[in-house]
Design a protein around this ligand. Structure first.
Ligand code: ADP
Ligand code: ZN
Length: 731
C-alpha cells in the first residue's frame, strides 16, 4: 500500500465532518456515538432533514455547530475507506471547476450497491471423510471434486453426470464440506511473462523510457507522440507491465466507449485476460463488481471512460490517457471537467506517472512539453511495411460534383479503382442523418426545432426530422408548416445517409455500411459492424467521427473526406486545431497494413492552413503557427477562459439576471468579462441562454474571481448559472 493512506489508521472521535453527494457548499458536522469507530474516508449513513443519506467522512468536525445540537452518524458501512488521494482530488476538482464538492463526490460514488457486503453462496469441496457406502455415481462425484475446487450442488452434479441427490448424500455423509464463495466473478491476473511483440529500435527506446518513469515512482507527465499506427499502444503496454510488476494498479482512459471492445481484445492478446471496464453502459451488477474490485485492490487494470478517474484506487501506479487530444474527455454537463487535465492532477496528487498518448496531441499538451513541464517521446515511423498515406486536396471549385451530388468526379474515380482492386474505401462526413436542413422552395422557410435555435435534421431511414440538441422529433410534414405549399420542402446539404444513397446509385454492387450513432444501437451493434469491416465484408464505409478514432482496418486503403471544411465553419478558438486532429485521425485509418493508403480531402479552400498542413504532413509547423496566433491574443493555453451561461424558461428572466450579474462584475485590471450576449444556441430545450466569457492572463486565479463574482448572487430557482472553466464548447 502507498504511504498516502497511512494516516487513514487514525480514528476520529467526538465529531466528524461528512461530505454529502449534494450541491451543498461544504461538508456538515455530525457526532460520533460512543462505541462507533469512524475513520476519515469512511462511507457513512447520516440524517439530513427527514432523510438518511450516504456520505463520506471528510475529516474532523469543524466545531461550527455546538456538539449538543449535532445529529449522530447512523451507520458506518463495511467498505474500504475512500483513499485520501481521492478525497483530495474531489476537493481539487471542485475548487478548479467552481463546483460544490458534493457534486464532484457524486461522480465518485456512482456504483449502486457497492457499499453493501458482497453476497456469498454456498459451494462444496472435498473433505477428508469418505462415505462407508460407495456407489459408481458417488465415485464419479468424488473424482470430479478431487481437483479441490468448490462447486455448487448443481455444478458438481452436472459435471459428474450424477443426480443432485447423489451430491446431497455426499454432503450429508460429510464427504463434501460447505464453503462460502463470492457470487461475483474474480478479476484474473494479467500474465506478465507472456512475450509482447518484438519492438523496433525506436519503440524499444520509448518503452524503456516509460519503464524508467514507472520505476521512478514519482509524478511525471509524458507525451507519447507518434503517428497513427506507430505502435503507441504496444509501447505503453510495456509501461503497464512494469507498473503491474510493482503490484500497482493501472488506469487507462479512452475517450469513447465505442473504442473499448477492440481495446479489451488487444489487451487480452497481450496479457492473457481482459482488464476491468468502467463506463456508463455497464450493468449495475458489473459496476458494483468493478468498483468493489478497485477499492479492494483486486482489479489491477481498469479501462474506462472519463468517470473512471474517480474510482477509489488504493494503490494507483500509472495512468494512461489514450487519444489525449480528444474533446470527448471534456464533460460539459454538471461538473464541467476535463478528464485529461484532472487525470494529470490525480497523478500529481498520487505522485505517479501519467502517459498522454496521441498522434495529434492537443496544443495544450504540446506547449506543456515544449516548456518542459511534460517529457516527450516520439515515434516517427509506422510499424512494419505500413507507410503514412498520401494526402491530396480536391479543389471543389475546380472539380465540382454533378448537380445534386456531393462526391467529386476525382473521388468517384478513386473509389472505383479501389473497388476494382478489391480494397476498402471509407467516406467520412461528420454529419448524422440525411440532410442538415429542410427548406421550403416556395417561401424559404427553414424547419427549426420548436425548443432550440437549431435546424431539424432529416433522418430519412427513420422518416423523421430530429433535433440533435434536445432529441425532439417529428414526422417529415407533407406541406410547408409556414406557407402550406405542398411538395415544396427540399433537403439541403448532405448527411451520411445521403452520401450512402449517392454511393448506392454510383456503385450498386458495392457492399456498404453506414457507421453513425443513429445506425448503431449499443455496444453489440458497434462490435458487429467493426468486425464486418475488419473481415472485409464491407467495400465502402460511410461514417461520422465514430470511424475516425483508434480503429485498425487492415483492408482500408482509400479515405475520402466529403466536406473537409465542415469543422472550420464554427469560429471557436480550437476550430483549426480540432479540424486538423479529426482529419488527421481519419486519414490515419488508411493504409495501416501492407497496402499503401490514399486520402482525398474535398475542400472549397484547399489553400487554408489546415488543408496545407494535412497535405504536407507538417504538423509541427501548423501547431507552432496556431500557438503563436493564440499567444498574440492571450487565448488558451496562454491565457484563461471561463464560459458562464445563464438560462431560464422565460427570456425576460434570463435577461434580468444576466444584467444584474453584469452590474456585479468585480473591478480588476487582470480580468475582462465579455457579454452577456445571446448564446449561439440562444434557445435550448425551451430555455433562453445568455453567455458571458471571462478572459484572464495565465497567472490569474480565475476561480477566485468567479467565486467573488457569483457567490453572493441571489439566483431564482428557475434560473441556472453554469460555469465552465477552460470551455471547449462555445455554443
Ligand atoms: P498506434 O497506437 O500508434 O496507432 P498500434 O499500437 O495500434 O499503433 O500499432 C498499429 C498496429 O501495428 C497494431 O496492429 C500493432 O499490433 C502493430 N504493431 C505495432 N508495433 C509492432 C511490433 N513491434 N511488432 C508487431 N506488430 C506491431
Ligand atoms: Zn431541440
Amino acid at each position: 500500500m502507498a504511504s498516502e493512506i497511512s494516516t487513514e489508521e487514525q480514528t476520529v472521535s467526538g465529531t466528524v465532518s461528512v461530505l454529502l453527494p449534494l450541491a451543498l457548499p461544504r461538508p456538515y458536522d455530525y457526532k460520533v456515538p460512543s462505541g462507533m469507530e469512524v475513520r476519515p474516508g469512511d462511507y457513512v449513513i447520516v440524517p439530513l432533514g427527514s432523510q438518511q443519506l450516504l456520505g463520506v467522512v471528510w475529516g474532523a468536525g469543524t466545531g461550527e455547530v455546538g456538539h449538543n445540537r449535532l445529529r449522530p452518524v447512523a451507520e458506518v458501512l463495511d467498505a474500504p475507506p475512500m483513499p485520501e488521494v481521492l478525497r483530495r482530488l474531489v476537493d481539487w476538482v471542485a475548487s478548479y471547476t467552481v463546483s460544490p464538492p458534493g457534486s464532484v463526490l457524486r461522480l465518485a460514488i456512482r456504483a449502486p450497491g457497492a457499499l453493501e457486503p458482497q453476497r456469498m453462496r454456498t459451494a462444496y469441496r472435498l473433505g477428508d471423510k469418505r462415505p462407508s457406502r460407495m456407489t459408481p455415481a458417488r465415485i464419479r462425484a468424488v473424482e470430479v471434486a478431487g481437483d479441490g475446487f468448490a462447486r455448487t450442488v448443481r455444478e458438481l452434479a452436472e459435471e459428474a453426470g450424477v443426480s443432485d441427490g447423489v451430491v446431497r448424500g455426499l454432503v450429508e455423509a460429510g464427504t463434501l464440506v460447505p464453503v462460502d464463495v463470492p457470487t461475483e466473478a474474480p478479476f484474473p491476473a494479467p500474465n506478465l511473462d507472456a512475450p509482447g511483440v518484438d519492438l523496433s529500435e525506436e519503440q524499444a527506446e520509448a518503452a524503456a523510457a516509460l519503464r524508467a518513469h514507472v520505476e521512478a515512482d514519482r509524478f511525471s507527465a509524458i507525451l507519447l507522440d507518434g503517428v497513427t499506427g506507430s505502435g503507441k499502444t504496444e509501447v505503453y503496454f510495456e509501461a503497464v507491465a512494469a507498473a503491474l510488476r510493482r503490484n500497482r494498479q493501472v488506469l487507462i482512459l479512452l475517450p469513447e466507449i465505442a473504442l473499448t471492445s477492440q481495446f479489451l481484445e488487444r489487451f487480452e492478446r497481450r496479457f492473457g485476460c481482459r482488464p476491468a471496464e468502467w463506463h456508463s453502459d455497464l450493468s449495475t451488477r458489473e459496476r458494483r463488481r468493478v468498483w468493489r474490485g478497485v477499492a479492494e485492490g483486486r482489479a489491477s487494470v481498469v479501462v474506462g471512460a472519463r468517470s473512471a478517474l474517480f474510482l477509489p484506487f488504493p494503490d494507483l501506479g500509472l495512468i494512461i490517457v489514450d487519444e489525449e487530444h480528444d474533446a470527448a474527455f471534456k464533460q460539459e454537463d454538471g461538473v464541467a471537467y476535463h478528464a485529461r487535465d484532472m487525470a494529470v492532477v490525480r497523478a500529481s496528487l498520487g505522485k505517479l506517472p501519467i502517459i498522454l498518448s496521441s498522434a495529434t496531441p492537443s496544443l495544450e499538451t504540446v506547449v506543456n512539453a515544449e516548456q518542459g513541464r511534460y517529457a516527450q517521446l516520439r515515434l516517427e515511423a509506422r510499424h512494419g511495411a505500413a507507410r503514412l498515406p498520401d494526402v491530396t486536396a480536391i479543389d471543389m471549385r475546380a472539380d465540382p460534383p454533378e448537380r445534386g451530388r456531393w462526391l467529386s468526379p476525382v473521388l468517384v474515380r478513386e473509389i472505383a479503382k479501389a473497388l476494382e482492386a478489391g480494397e476498402q474505401s471509407m467516406l467520412f462526413l461528420n454529419r448524422r442523418g440525411y440532410a442538415p436542413l429542410t427548406l421550403c422552395r416556395t417561401c424559404g422557410h427553414r424547419i427549426e426545432c420548436p425548443q432550440c435555435s437549431a435546424w431539424l435534421v432529416e433522418h430519412r431511414f427513420r422518416r423523421e426530422l430530429a433535433c440533435h440538441h434536445c432529441g425532439y422529433s417529428a414526422p417529415v410534414p407533407k406541406a410547408c408548416p409556414s406557407c402550406g405549399a405542398e411538395d415544396s420542402l427540399v433537403a439541403c446539404g448532405p448527411g451520411v445517409e445521403r452520401i450512402a444513397e449517392e454511393v448506392a446509385e454510383l456503385f450498386p454492387e458495392a457492399r456498404t455500411a453506414i457507421v453513425s450513432s443513429d445506425n448503431l444501437r449499443g455496444p453489440a451493434a458497434h462490435r458487429e459492424v467493426f468486425r464486418a469491416i475488419e473481415e472485409r465484408e464491407v467495400d465502402i464505409v460511410i461514417g461520422t467521427q465514430i470511424v475516425a478514432k483508434g480503429h485498425h482496418f487492415p483492408w482500408l486503403t482509400l479515405v475520402g473526406v466529403v466536406d473537409a471544411d465542415l469543422g472550420l465553419e464554427n469560429g471557436d478558438l480550437r476550430a483549426g486545431e480540432r479540424t486538423f486532429q479529426l482529419l488527421q485521425q481519419v486519414a490515419g485509418r488508411a493504409g495501416r497494413a501492407e497496402r499503401p493508403g490514399r486520402v482525398f480531402l474535398q475542400s472549397f479552400m484547399p489553400e487554408h492552413g489546415v488543408m496545407r498542413a494535412l497535405v504536407s504532413g507538417r504538423r509541427d509547423e501548423f501547431l507552432a503557427r496556431e500557438a503563436s496566433a493564440r499567444e498574440r491574443v492571450g487565448l488558451p493555453p496562454f491565457g484563461r477562459l471561463v464560459g458562464v451561461v445563464v438560462s431560464a424558461p422565460e427570456s425576460g428572466l434570463a435577461q434580468r439576471i444576466a444584467r444584474e450579474m453584469s452590474r456585479r462584475v468585480p473591478r480588476t485590471d487582470d480580468v475582462s468579462v465579455l457579454g452577456p450576449a445571446p448564446a449561439p444556441l440562444a434557445l435550448l430545450r425551451g430555455r433562453t441562454r445568455l453567455r458571458f466569457l471571462v478572459k484572464a492572463g495565465r497567472h490569474v486565479n480565475i476561480q477566485n474571481f468567479i467565486r467573488a463574482w457569483l457567490d453572493d448572487m441571489k439566483i431564482p430557482n428557475a434560473v441556472r448559472v453554469s460555469v465552465d472553466v477552460d470551455p471547449y464548447s462555445f455554443m
